[in-house]
Design a binder for this molecule. Structure first.
Ligand SMILES: *[C@@H]1O[C@H](CO)[C@@H](O)[C@H](O)[C@H]1NC(C)=O
Ligand SMILES: *[C@@H]1O[C@H](CO)[C@@H](O)[C@H](O)[C@H]1NC(C)=O
Length: 433
């Protein structure tokens, strides 16, 4: 009798757990360029093993579009093809049978954003039905050859122009200027591009239907959904990931620092620049809630504080460009999660750093060091820690969203350098989902 009761409870628990996993997706981005980072930043494929038990989907970043033929292409032939990285990744399915492995095209990595926002080919390919057809056909065979389960569209639409941070600072003046010279106009054919993109997504879906391939959309930071996406495309997509971060970056806003990835609106800021607004835009325009996945960053944005930044650290604050890059990522204005912990545990500097948490789970955390006689150089570091990632996962669950996406695994603490626990941010998301 006892045994039967035990079995019944076990079965109940197992079934329950599985249904929870099936309902809430935990999408994991994998940026393959992380392979070439130095030292402890180098991400070997074997590091995926400790992550994939938590992930429902793995998104391989990134593939590109050939600007002459409009066919899908690998971005790093030597790694992806000659070194068989595509194959090695899709073969992980044998050990993780439930895992879906998708290839992402674009993602802001197709050499375009570095090139002064030259995203022309992502617009050009849309403009003729012929070229769209070329792209769609190339995708299907490409995915099959390398064994991917589907395609993620990280479409590189033009970004909005950065603006001053406080909503009200000379607001009337900006409005006037916009009216007169159309400052907000970034793409005069935006309406056509929106319709053509819908057509592309529909064509891909029709093609994929017969093959059982998955089709997803990643909305890149600072791409205005109103301008480029018809919410009706949700019906053709398995899910839509909103990369609700990088509202402010040292590149876009070198003179002002602010929370780059708030969950909720913050007083006196623009109402659109938070995850909740982005999510509601889609769900209030007809996209099914369970198709919306909230994208969460595993990296910090950093700025240099100066004497003009004040001493409180409270954003928004005046700054002077990107903070110094980390030892592994070597990218000014960016630190990976383990690079942040290393600073917090460094005996030389940890006493000078102040961490300000986010008990309300609304805006993310920050860490700063002001300028004074000892420190000629200050820094302001804003990010999501274990608690604020947990808040975002709870939000996704409570709002009935499809789940959370971690962007990306190679910037989480995959070696367990912070506390010995590998992938603390990924785990925090799983725990609260
Ligand atoms: C997006 O575009 C719409 C329509 O053009 C505009 O009203 C809105 O302010 C834009 N949002 C952002 C964040 O720029
Ligand atoms: C601690 O920080 C100092 C100053 O930035 C740096 O020179 C040193 O290498 C760091 N130590 C470790 C163990 O990372």
């Amino acid at each position: 009798m006892r045994l039967i009761r035990f079995l019944a409870i076990s079965i109940f628990v197992v079934v329950n757990y599985n249904s929870a996993v099936a309902d809430n997706k935990l999408v994991c981005y994998y940026d393959s360029s992380s392979y070439s980072r130095p030292g402890q930043g180098k991400f070997e494929l074997s590091f995926l093993d400790n992550a994939l038990q938590f992930c429902s989907h793995l998104i391989y970043g990134y593939a590109g579009i050939d600007e002459k033929t409009y066919k899908l292409k690998a971005l790093d032939d030597s790694l992806d093809l000659n070194n068989h990285n595509y194959k090695k990744v899709t073969e992980l399915r044998r050990r993780f049978p439930g895992l879906k492995i998708l290839l992402s095209v674009g993602g802001g990595r197709d050499g375009t954003y570095n090139d002064d926002r030259k995203v022309e080919k992502y617009l050009k390919v849309l403009e003729s039905a012929d070229d769209r057809f070329k792209f769609v056909n190339s995708v299907e065979s490409f995915l099959k050859i390398y064994g991917f389960d589907g395609l993620d569209l990280g479409w590189e639409f033009p970004e909005t122009k950065p603006k001053v941070i406080r909503g009200k600072v000379s607001g009337w003046f900006h409005k006037l200027k916009d009216k007169v010279i159309g400052e907000d106009e970034i793409d005069e054919k935006a309406n056509e591009h929106k319709e053509e993109f819908t057509a592309l997504v529909r064509d891909l879906r029709n093609k994929f239907k017969h093959e059982g391939l998955h089709l997803t959309l990643s909305i890149l930071p600072n791409v205005n959904s109103t301008v480029y996406y018809d919410p009706n495309i949700a019906q053709y997509l398995d899910f839509i990931i909103i990369k609700a971060f990088d509202f402010y970056t040292p590149k876009r806003n070198p003179k002002e620092a602010d929370f780059p990835a708030p969950l909720f609106p913050i007083f006196d800021r623009k109402y659109q620049e938070n995850a909740d607004f982005q999510v509601r835009y889609w769900t209030e325009h007809g996209a099914a809630r369970n198709k919306i996945i909230l994208g969460v960053p595993t990296f910090a944005r950093t700025w240099k504080m100066t004497e003009d930044s004040g001493i409180t650290g409270v954003p928004p604050l005046k700054v002077s460009g990107p903070g110094i890059g980390g030892p592994y990522t070597q990218n000014p204005g960016l630190l990976s999660y383990p690079e942040i912990c290393k600073k917090l545990s460094n005996n030389t500097i940890k006493h000078e750093l102040r961490k300000v948490g986010d008990p309300t789970g609304r805006h993310g955390v920050y860490l700063y060091r002001t300028v004074d006689d000892h420190n000629p150089e200050g820094i302001w570091i804003a990010y999501d820690d274990v608690d604020s990632v947990g808040s975002k996962a709870s939000y996704a669950r409570e709002k009935g969203l499809g789940g959370i996406a971690i962007d990306d695994l190679s910037l989480d603490d995959f070696r367990g350098l912070c506390s010995g626990n590998k992938y603390p941010l990924l785990r925090a998301a799983r725990l609260k989902l």
